[in-house]
Design a protein around this ligand. Structure first.
Ligand code: MRU
Length: 359
């Protein structure tokens, strides 16, 4: 059996990828069960992203890239031209999985460009090239996280409590994590930090996934109800806030898990630094501001029930935006693998991110 994975993988991974298919750690069942779901077709991969078996912006991008490889393996194209047009159809299908995380579109476009750039390669060779490219995207994301960890760790206090929202850890990325990677790196460097993890209703990424990961990584963590953040900040119990991102506009406006905006406003009110950690693949310089970022609306049932049990009265509906947009003015700094970015973001983002990363 052939196994495709980075040279130096993290202790926690969302995938096992072999020549038998893509095995996704079912994040809906964590922390109770560590079960893998096998995907053999790109349609199964799209469904897994949609249903949040795998989630988190960079992880969605990597999964889509691997999904494209699974689709490419099954194309029965005899010519390079037929192969490329089949590949684009698969990419189009995968791009429908979720709308907000730009990493999904970024990864698919990068894969298509890679295939197109190989002028002489026939279908068989292109499958191999695409497999290598998907693996490279995974590896690059993992090393970007380690680099963000080193750069961002400097910003965190020598001791104290850091608050985070949702899950921006190894499960949401190629490994190590963005926001959680920064916290892990700071703790590995000897800082005495503990973490407050917002439970993150309705999907409970904080209570289930962030707490599970940090425990595995040996970082002290306590879960708080989302609504407790402001009170704890006002009492002086939070020294910094750090979150990930799903899409960062050219002016620094940041889409992330619903509830992030409220946290940023509360941090400002209480004089607490608010950091965003994200790889360059999460920037969308084609979006001038957060107004242009498409925000996913998920099923009302996710809000109306908890732990698989309905909690709201019958006949009542719910509004369930999965993300919100934090205006750039609330963000103290953005941590990327290419460097730390400070305001004014409209000026500094293009300088640090550059256009070569944008598809
Ligand atoms: O709906 P999700 O779980 O995919 O949302 C995830 C987040 O909002 C994360 O904070 C973001 O994708 C960054 S992950 C490094």
């Amino acid at each position: 059996m052939k196994v495709y994975q980075p040279q130096d993988p993290d202790i926690i991974s969302a995938w096992r990828w072999t020549d038998r298919g893509l095995y996704l750690l079912d994040q809906r069942l964590l922390p109770w069960k560590e079960t893998y779901i096998r995907c053999r077709t790109w349609q199964e991969v799209r469904r897994a992203i949609k249903d949040m078996v795998v989630r988190g912006a960079p992880a969605i991008g990597i999964t889509a890239a691997i999904g494209l490889v699974l689709g490419a393996e099954r194309l029965r194209a005899r010519t390079r031209r037929a192969f490329l047009s089949g590949l684009k159809r698969v990419a189009q299908g995968l791009s429908k999985a979720r709308p907000t995380a730009v990493n999904l579109f970024w990864a698919l476009e990068r894969m298509i460009k890679r295939a197109e750039a190989e002028g002489d390669a026939g279908p068989q060779e292109l499958v191999e090239i695409l497999r290598q490219e998907a693996l490279t995207i995974w590896e690059e994301d993992l090393s970007a996280n380690r680099r963000m960890g080193r750069l961002g760790a400097e910003l965190l206090p020598k001791e104290g409590t850091v608050l985070t929202h949702c899950n921006a850890g190894a499960l949401a990325t190629g490994g190590y994590g963005t926001a959680l990677g920064v916290i892990r790196a700071a703790v590995e460097a000897g800082k005495k930090l503990s973490v407050l993890a917002d439970e993150t209703r309705p999907y409970l990424q904080g209570a289930r996934l962030t707490a599970w990961e940090l425990r595995k990584a040996g970082v002290p963590v306590a879960i708080i109800p989302d609504a407790a953040a402001g009170f704890l900040m006002a009492r002086g119990l939070v020294q910094a806030v750090i979150v990930g991102a799903d899409r960062i506009a050219a002016n620094g406006d940041t889409a992330n898990k619903i509830g992030t905006y409220a946290l940023a406003v509360l941090a400002k009110e209480n004089g607490i630094p608010f950091y965003v950690a994200a790889p360059s693949s999460t920037f969308d310089l084609h979006c001038p501001s957060g107004q242009n970022i498409p925000i996913e609306e998920r099923a009302p049932e996710e809000v109306l029930s908890c732990g698989g049990r309905r909690v709201a009265p019958c006949g009542v509906s719910a509004v369930n935006p999965a993300f919100d947009v934090t205006p750039a003015k609330f963000v103290t700094a953005i941590i990327t693998e290419k460097g730390l970015i400070y305001p004014p973001y409209s000026e500094n983002i293009p300088k640090v991110i550059g256009s070569e990363n944008q598809t």
